[in-house]
Design a protein around this ligand. Structure first.
Ligand code: AR6
Length: 191
């Protein structure tokens, strides 16, 4: 607990959910997730940071993938990163009053988790997809993100650790508020 806000929860007695403040490029989880665009050729924000830290071989690899649709994800190796793999997920550009954006954001998280399960990964770290350049309001995005990973973690044993690496204290607190609500509804158990 940090203040009165939670940083951890457990799904189905076996999958841990963690919220931390930090830089995702430093994470030594089996995979880190990139908030990519559909070209998969790099960009700013977390995408730029991941490409810088991984080195130019990452771009060589993503060039071979032929892009990625919004709401989908594709995996590469981590190259110079501490994480073994990068899962490049493409979230939606936010549009007010378009209910489709929530479905696409949920899909970007779910497809990332499906790849982690398929490759039998134990741990995955997510950034807050779509909430920077793509303009998704943070509280709404945090609610979609946590609901999606909690639903997944209740149904799958792997990955056994799902971590959100949030870039500053105010983003972390927004996710903590949403997690508190889900703990109060007993959607997840305290850890
Ligand atoms: N570690 C963790 N989180 C980070 C980091 C980092 N090193 N750097 C930024 N963030 P954004 P999007 C946070 O804009 O909204 C790119 O150009 C940031 O504070 O990276 O999905 C892509 O190529 C914010 O909370 O991703 C796409 O074109 C969150 O990561 C487009 O931006 C997401 O912000 C994708 O936009």
């Amino acid at each position: 607990m940090q203040g009165n806000l939670p940083t951890r929860a457990i799904m189905n007695g076996q999958v841990a959910l963690e919220l931390i403040e930090g830089d995702i490029t430093t994470q030594a989880t089996d995979a880190i997730v990139n908030a990519a665009n559909s070209s998969l050729l790099g960009g700013g924000g977390v995408d730029g940071a991941i490409h810088r830290a991984a080195g130019p071989d990452l771009l060589r690899e993503t060039r071979q993938l032929g892009g990625c649709q919004t709401g989908d994800a594709k995996m590469t190796r981590g190259h110079k990163l501490p994480a073994r793999y990068v899962i490049h997920a493409v979230g939606p550009i936010y549009q007010y009053a378009d209910p489709g954006v929530a479905t696409l954001l949920a899909s970007a998280y779910r497809r990332s988790l499906e790849l982690a399960t398929e490759y039998q990964l134990n741990s995955i770290a997510f950034p807050s997809i779509s909430t920077g350049a793509y303009g998704y309001p943070l509280a709404e995005a945090a609610s979609v993100a946590l609901r999606t990973v909690i639903e997944y973690g209740r149904e799958h044993a792997r990955p056994a650790l799902i971590r959100f690496v949030l870039f500053n204290q105010s983003i972390l607190q927004e996710y903590q508020q949403v997690l508190l609500g889900f703990l109060q509804k007993n959607w997840v158990d305290p850890a």
